[in-house]
Write a protein that binds this ligand. Structure first.
Ligand code: ATP
Ligand code: MG
Length: 330
């Protein structure tokens, strides 16, 4: 390893993300697809990078986003929300030609989801390395990358630029490898470069195995640590999460018992909370507890960004909530 792999403190500069800003419009009743007229609800501000960075700001962390929206109401509600919560939107460009990206979602009775996306052919697909994007990256202390955003053509150049600028300042990176298995080999090695470079890896479920290219959890953790990953936090949905340290340590955090209303956004909210707590100097165990609380609270609200919560709300939730498996852990 050529460098110590650790999450840089907030003093190195704000956390930034790049990628899609979307509105989400959801069917109010479970079922399959959109093949007949349905009751819909929305628009809700959305897009994985936007959810992530809004939660960073909610926790009082420095936060900025590189993105593109259309000159329309869908863009306006996103920009207003991000600004209200304290995110630097100076590097969000507004396209006069393309509409803001969108995702229609319907939950299936079995918990699966059907989507109709408009991302690549919307403003979200027009993100480029603008002067404002350079300026934001030049002052940043941490870059978080979503695997899903790598599908946007302009992202690679932005990520490459930001990685270099942030490393030069002694900053750090995190990576959420939420990308379909068959896409991992595309992108000219960027996926594995991002894994190698990550001070914090935030996979969920089988993404851990896919990122490592092996079929066993412990082997995957060992293989990724050997490649220089600083720490790994594995998301396990309602079952909670596990943190693996480079020193071989393992911390399990059972999930909070909640009623799941809308699971979308939990992973991004969780990751943003863990990262921000660590950047504030919190110990891994405490950061993990806050992240679990943030993920759990998020699924109790309809709309991916409606359940985001600051420390005060998280403390209240932790004080009052039941924890699944708490008896087992005693
Ligand atoms: P997404 O569906 O947004 O992509 P993800 O798959 O990356 O999310 P999840 O594991 O679904 O991530 O959720 C992240 C975290 O949020 C979990 O590790 C857990 O702490 C919390 N969480 C998610 N769903 C629930 C739930 N039903 N009950 C309690 N906690 C939950
Ligand atoms: Mg999930």
């Amino acid at each position: 390893m050529s460098r110590a792999s650790e999450i840089a403190s907030e003093s190195t500069g704000p956390t930034i993300v790049a990628g899609e800003i979307l509105v989400e419009i959801m069917a109010t009743e479970a079922g399959h697809g959109f093949l007949e007229p349905l009751k819909l609800m929305g628009p809700f501000p959305s897009g994985a990078p936007a959810i992530f960075i809004d939660q960073v700001a909610k926790l009082g962390g420095g936060a900025g986003i590189i993105a593109c929206v259309g000159r329309d109401d869908f863009g306006a509600i996103n920009l207003e929300r991000l600004k209200r919560d304290g995110v630097d939107v100076s590097a969000v460009s507004v396209s006069a030609r393309y509409p803001t990206g969108s995702a229609f979602v319907r939950y299936r009775p079995d918990g699966g989801r059907d989507f109709v996306y408009n991302i690549a052919e919307s403003a979200a697909g027009r993100i480029t390395l603008t002067d404002e994007a350079r300026r934001l990256a030049d002052g940043a202390g941490h870059l978080h990358v979503m695997g899903s955003a790598l599908a946007i053509a302009g992202l690679k150049e932005i990520v490459a630029y930001a990685l270099k600028a942030i490393r030069a300042r002694g900053g750090s990176t995190s990576f959420d490898p939420n990308v379909r298995k068959e896409l991992i080999d595309l992108g000219g090695g960027l996926f594995s470069a991002l894994v190698d470079d990550a001070d914090l890896l935030l996979p969920s479920g089988d993404e851990l195995l896919a990122a490592a290219g092996v079929a066993d959890e412990a082997q995957a953790v060992a293989a990724l640590m050997a490649r220089g990953v600083g720490e790994i936090v594995l998301k396990r949905g309602a079952a909670g999460s596990t943190r693996f340290g480079a020193d071989g340590s393992r911390t399990d955090c059972p999930g909070f018992l909640v009623e799941e209303v809308d699971p979308t956004g939990a992973g991004d909210c969780f990751g943003a909370t863990y990262l921000t707590c660590r950047r504030k100097g919190m110990q891994p165990e405490k950061a993990l507890l806050y992240a679990n609380a943030a993920g759990a609270l998020n699924v109790t609200r309809r709309g991916p960004m409606e359940g985001l919560a600051g420390f005060e709300a998280l403390d209240r939730f932790i004080a009052g909530a039941d924890r699944a498996g708490a008896d087992r852990a005693k």
